[in-house]
Design a protein around this ligand. Structure first.
Ligand SMILES: [Zn+2]
Length: 135
């Protein structure tokens, strides 16, 4: 049982999948940071569907698209984990760490799942498109 059905971040609307992952004004900055990190523009309308299909708007190779899709899915996971931390943990997690968590977890997960990739951490941080060009 939760105390409220309102979004735990903005408390201004009922929490829905679309709101929590794509529309919440308190979390939208993370999609902007992903866009800047990868050198792409955010979808014109942020929806869960547009986020899942974001890589389709690029001319990247298939491996780069898969890596970007993994970053998007990792972002969903980190937002959901953060949301659960806010609701259920005594110590409120820091929203400012979500992006760092996405960068780190996506690197670890992609490197673990794709042994041929051999992505360097430095390259992943500074130029993920270049880091994934051999995937
Ligand atoms: Zn909200």
């Amino acid at each position: 049982m939760v105390d409220s059905i309102l979004c735990p971040f903005c408390s201004s609307t009922v929490e829905t999948v679309e709101h929590i992952f794509a529309n919440c004004s308190e979390l939208i900055v993370h999609w902007t940071r992903i866009a800047i990190w990868w050198g792409v523009t955010c979808p014109s309308q942020l929806t869960v569907d547009s986020l899942f299909n974001w890589a389709d708007s690029t001319s990247w190779k298939i491996g780069q698209r898969k890596a970007f899709d993994a970053v998007i899915l990792t972002t969903f996971w980190c937002i959901w984990n953060f949301r659960n931390g806010v609701i259920f943990k005594a110590d409120t997690p820091k929203k400012s760490l979500i992006f760092d968590d996405v960068v780190h977890k996506s690197y670890v997960w992609i490197s673990s799942r794709c042994s041929k990739a051999k992505i360097s951490w430095s390259s992943w941080l500074h130029n993920p498109i270049n880091a994934t060009k051999m995937m």
